[in-house]
Every structure is written in structure tokens, then in C-alpha cells.
Design a protein around this ligand. Structure first.
Ligand code: FBP
Length: 552
């Protein structure tokens, strides 16, 4: 395999650890803090997790750790969409595990959770791991979206782990995968299977966060990658002065990615799904507001601009939300009849005839391409795949029609020409920033220490992240304390609460204070490419979201 000069240099990068984790591993001991409880639904969660409920928070400090050197086989799984830094989580686990006992083995189950069910694995050794250090991607063992949810699957996981003498499993994933980690940990305790389960917070979407998990890994690198691209487009737009760029960014329901990119680049428009929901804004009103900004800029001779559109916005527009939920139910209920239809127009008619009057109306105004996208395959959780809906094109088309109308009415005098973009996959496997390289390595190293401390049902937690890495805190949080009950597929289920953009939080408030100026003036900021070398204030800085959240 040919290796780029940057990749060669990144091999040599030594990720920074919190001070306590850089001590001799035999002298790091767990310190048990206060007992925990979830914010809501305590009784229900206690009943569902009798063995893992209410455990203490854990941190690490210097002290004796007699069990650290015991021989252990540990396994790791990458779950869900790629996020920069996954290879470093594995490197961190590996280095800690070998430092504790060189005889320890690290198993990597291939292709995500299905790897464990199929007993498809490889043993990760130094020679295999080294080229992956500080690189993006999940190709070291692959990833997948299979859900572990049935008792047969849990039992199969135990059978496979026990057959390899694996006594701990690290699941690297988002909210659903970490919920699975908690369920599996509880199941293993209930059945007295001697297998610990530890989770690690992964997702570029940034929606797995709370008081104890300040950021999910990959968000930093992905948003910096998109911000570079948006900045480049903004500069092109400010040079040529002839296009409005409609840029959709990934992130599922939450608009964290869009918000962070907006804070970094200061576009003319950035929609925030959570605000659309709070204001109950219809599609028509969003289009009108966008057209007003375009018209106000045109009045100053500025017929160009940047609009950022988080992919999840579509789900928050009230009439589309209802429509999507009706379509989800319909496709689940009448899947056989629907799947038997071969042509797109037949599928559209099938759905149209079964919608409520209001949803049929909302469906009718959508272009055919968007109707087809709304009817595409659901994800394993039965949800529409928002990354596949071309909201950028939908809005560009609708805004253009609105401007044509305004021109006829004499309220718009500009020229409008639009370009659409979708930034998602461009950022998910980028070389991790120094922040993600350090954070992920620390999460992995820390995960092994949680295992060596005999813990299960915990998430690896590294906090204090706006400080230099050496000052970060390391520890573990019981996953049950992050849970609440939510209705999924019509049934109440314990799940880790998804963190949406907090409209009372400083990142959104900062954006809200500035956006009117950014809308009309050309206030673009061009962040440029991620820097891996150089002064720490450039190469090690984390996201503006985190900095604003922590008042730095
Ligand atoms: P995770 O939630 O698994 O971390 O995935 C993140 C994500 O990149 C979303 O932003 C996006 O909507 C989705 O994955 C796309 O999924 P896929 O990779 O299956 O196309």
C-alpha cells in the first residue's frame, strides 16, 4: 500500500494523554465517587438494569492496582458510521493492554456488531496496528450497523467471547450502540457470564454528549473538514460574486454540525432544525425567510452568498415531521404491498392515497425526486435516512420559485443563480485532528483501565477538554445514568438521551446574536485546512461549540 507523506509523518505522532494516564500503568487506580442515577425514569431504569443501576462515577489517581497485570483477552467492535479517530481508540486500548501485560491479546471483531455474531475477527498486533495510528477511517476492522437486540444475539455474543477467553468487550459507537453496550453488560451479569462491557462515545454528529461526555469523537475533525470546504466555497463566492451556495451538512436530527460550521465560517444563512421545531416553522416560512435575506443582499448589489442546511432540518419542519412519521408507519405496516411495486410513480401513488389530508398536501408540494427520497429504505431503527434527502436542492428550487414570484411583484430586483453541495462523507474519514488523535487515544487507554478495574456497563469519559490534554480528567460513567425511557417502534425502551442543539446554550445564543449581521454583510471567515503541526493555538484547538459551552 502506498503511503502519503502526511500519513508517514502522522505515524510518528505521539498522542497526548491526561497526566494521570501517562503514569506507569501499574500505579493507576480507580477512585469511586458518588453514586449515580438517571435524570428521569429512575424506577423503570432501575427495574430494567438491577445489576448496573446506580453505580458510582469513577476517576483515576495514583495508587495500587494489584489486578492490573492479570492476563486478559479484550475485544473491540466499531459500530455505525465512521468517525475520525476510531483507529486511535483501538491504539489506546492496545497500548494500555500491552503495558499491563504483554501477553494480553486484543481481538477486533470485523464489520461491526455482526462480526461478533459471525465470530469473524482478527487479532490486532503491533505490526498490523502501527500503520493505522493517527489515521482516519474504520478500515482497520470495518464497521456496521447491525443492532444487537435479541436474547439469542446476546447469548451468541457470550458464546463467541467465551470461546476465545475474551473477558471484556469495548463497543465504540453512538447513542444506540452505547445503549446496546449497557443492555449487554446487564445481560452478562444476569447470566453470570464473566464478560465486561465498556462503551466509547463516537459520532461525528455530536449528539452523544451530556455533563460527563463533553463531545463525541470525530465531531472535531469532521466539522473542521466541512468548515474548510465551506470557507473555500465562501471565498470563491466572494470572488466571483455570482452564486448562492446551498450547502447541506450531515448530522442526522441534530444541527450541531451545521451550528459549529456556522460559528467557524459566518455564513449568510444557517438553518437550525431545533429552532425550526421550536418556532413551528413551515417549509413555506423557511423559504420566505431565506428569500428575504437573498433579496436584502441583492439590494446592496450582493447577488451571492452561503446557506448552510443541516440534513436533519427536514425532520423538524412540522408538516414534514408528521408526513415522515406517517410514511414510516405506513411502510412498516404495509411493507409487503409497497415493496411489490416496481415503479417509483406507483410507490408515490400508493403512499399518497394512504396519507392523512394534511400530509397528502405536504407531500403534494414536494418535487418528485424528494418524494422518492422520502420513500427510500429505512435505517435499522425504522427511520428515514435524512442524509439521502436532498434538502439543499429542495430549498434551492423553492427559494428560486419564491424569488421569481417576488420579482413579478416588484419586491426583488436581484439575479439568482444557485449551486448545491452535500458535505458528509468528505469528513468522516479525514485524518483526525490533534484533538481527536489525543482524545481518542485517551478514551481507548482509559477504557482498558476501566476494564482492569473490574467495571462493566461504563462509558469511557475524558473531560476538561478545552484545557491542554495533559490537564484532562480520565474516568468512567455508568451508562444507565445517561438513560431515559423513549417510545421506539411503539414500545417504551431505555435509551441514552440524544443531545439536540440547546437553544438556551451559548453556542446557539452566540450564533443568534450574530446572524443578522452575517446575513446582510459579507462576514465570511475562512478557517483553512486542518493543521497537524505548528503552534498549539492553531493545531490543538477544539471546536467553538465546546469553547462557548465551557465559557473559554
Ligand atoms: P452514526 O450515527 O452512526 O455515527 O452516523 C453518523 C452519520 O454520518 C450521520 O451523520 C448520517 O446521517 C449517517 O451516518 C449516514 O449513514 P450511512 O453511512 O449509513 O450513509
Amino acid at each position: 500500500m502506498e503511503i502519503s507523506p502526511l500519513q508517514q509523518l502522522r505515524h510518528g505522532y505521539k498522542p497526548k494523554l491526561p497526566k494521570i494516564l501517562s503514569e506507569d500503568i501499574t500505579t493507576i487506580a480507580a477512585v469511586f465517587g458518588e453514586k449515580t442515577a438517571p435524570k428521569r425514569d429512575q424506577d423503570l431504569i432501575r427495574a430494567l438494569f438491577p445489576h448496573t443501576y446506580g453505580k458510582s462515577r469513577v476517576s483515576f489517581a495514583k495508587g495500587p492496582n494489584p489486578a492490573i497485570g492479570e492476563k486478559r483477552n479484550v475485544a473491540v467492535i466499531l459500530s455505525g458510521g465512521q468517525a475520525p479517530g476510531g483507529h486511535n481508540v483501538i491504539s489506546g486500548i492496545f497500548d494500555a493492554l500491552k503495558a499491563a501485560n504483554p501477553e494480553n491479546l486484543l481481538y477486533g471483531f470485523k464489520g461491526g456488531p455482526s462480526g461478533i455474531l459471525e465470530d469473524s475477527y482478527r487479532i490486532i498486533d503491533s505490526e498490523y496496528l502501527d500503520p493505522y495510528r493517527n489515521t482516519g477511517g474504520f478500515d482497520i476492522i470495518g464497521s456496521g450497523r447491525t443492532k444487537l437486540e435479541t436474547l439469542e444475539q446476546f447469548e451468541r455474543c457470550a458464546e463467541v467471547c467465551l470461546s476465545h477467553d475474551i473477558s471484556a468487550l469495548v463497543i465504540i459507537g453512538g447513542d444506540d450502540s452505547n445503549t446496546n453496550a449497557a443492555v449487554l453488560a446487564e445481560y452478562f451479569l444476569e447470566k453470570r457470564h464473566p464478560i465486561q462491557v465498556i462503551g466509547c462515545p463516537k459520532t461525528i454528529d455530536g449528539d452523544l454528549k451530556n455533563e460527563y461526555i463533553e463531545i463525541s469523537f470525530g465531531f472535531d475533525t469532521a466539522t473542521k473538514t466541512y468548515s474548510e470546504l465551506i470557507g473555500n466555497i465562501a471565498r470563491d463566492s466572494n470572488s466571483a460574486k455570482k452564486y448562492w451556495h446551498f450547502i447541506k451538512v450531515m448530522g442526522r436530527s441534530a444541527s450541531h454540525i451545521g451550528l459549529e460550521c456556522a460559528l467557524e465560517t459566518q455564513p449568510n444563512i444557517c438553518l437550525i432544525g431545533e429552532e425550526v421545531a421550536a418556532r413551528k416553522q413551515s417549509l413555506k416560512s423557511i423559504v420566505n425567510e431565506m428569500a428575504q435575506i437573498i433579496s436584502a443582499r441583492a439590494d446592496q448589489g450582493l447577488n451571492f452568498g452561503i446557506a448552510i442546511i443541516p440534513e436533519g432540518v427536514i425532520e423538524f419542519i412540522p408538516e414534514i415531521k408528521v408526513l415522515i412519521s406517517e410514511v414510516n408507519d405506513l411502510l412498516a405496516r404495509e411493507s409487503e404491498a409497497f415493496n411489490a411495486l416496481a415503479k417509483a410513480n406507483e410507490k408515490i401513488d400508493f403512499v399518497k392515497d394512504r396519507l392523512s389530508e394534511a400530509s397528502a398536501e405536504a407531500f403534494a408540494i414536494l418535487p418528485t425526486s424528494i418524494k422518492e427520497q422520502l420513500l427510500m429504505d429505512r435505517d435499522p431503527h425504522g427511520n428515514v435516512q435524512v442524509s439521502r434527502i436532498e434538502t439543499d436542492k429542495l430549498l434551492a428550487e423553492m427559494v428560486e420559485s419564491r424569488l421569481v414570484k417576488m420579482k413579478r411583484e416588484g419586491t426583488y430586483k436581484g439575479k439568482f443563480s444557485s449551486m448545491t453541495h452535500f458535505f458528509g462523507y468528505e469528513g468522516r474519514c479525514a485524518f483526525p485532528t490533534n484533538f481527536d488523535s489525543d482524545y481518542c487515544y485517551s478514551l481507548g487507554y482509559n477504557a482498558f483501565l476501566l476494564i482492569a478495574s473490574g467495571l462493566t456497563g461504563y462509558m469511557s469519559s475524558v473531560t476538561g477538554l478545552t484545557k491542554p490534554a495533559v490537564e484532562w480528567n480520565a474516568g468512567g460513567i455508568p451508562i444507565t445514568m445517561m438513560m431515559n425511557m423513549e417510545v421506539r417502534h411503539g414500545e417504551p425502551k431505555p435509551v441514552i438521551e440524544k443531545a439536540l442543539v440547546d437553544l438556551e446554550g451559548e453556542p446557539f445564543k452566540h450564533f443568534a446574536r450574530e446572524r443578522e449581521t452575517w446575513a446582510i454583510e459579507t462576514a465570511f471567515v475562512y478557517p483553512g485546512a486542518i493543521q497537524y503541526f505548528g503552534p498549539p493555538e492553531v493545531s490543538d484547538r477544539t471546536t467553538l461549540t465546546l469553547a462557548l459551552e465551557q465559557g473559554v
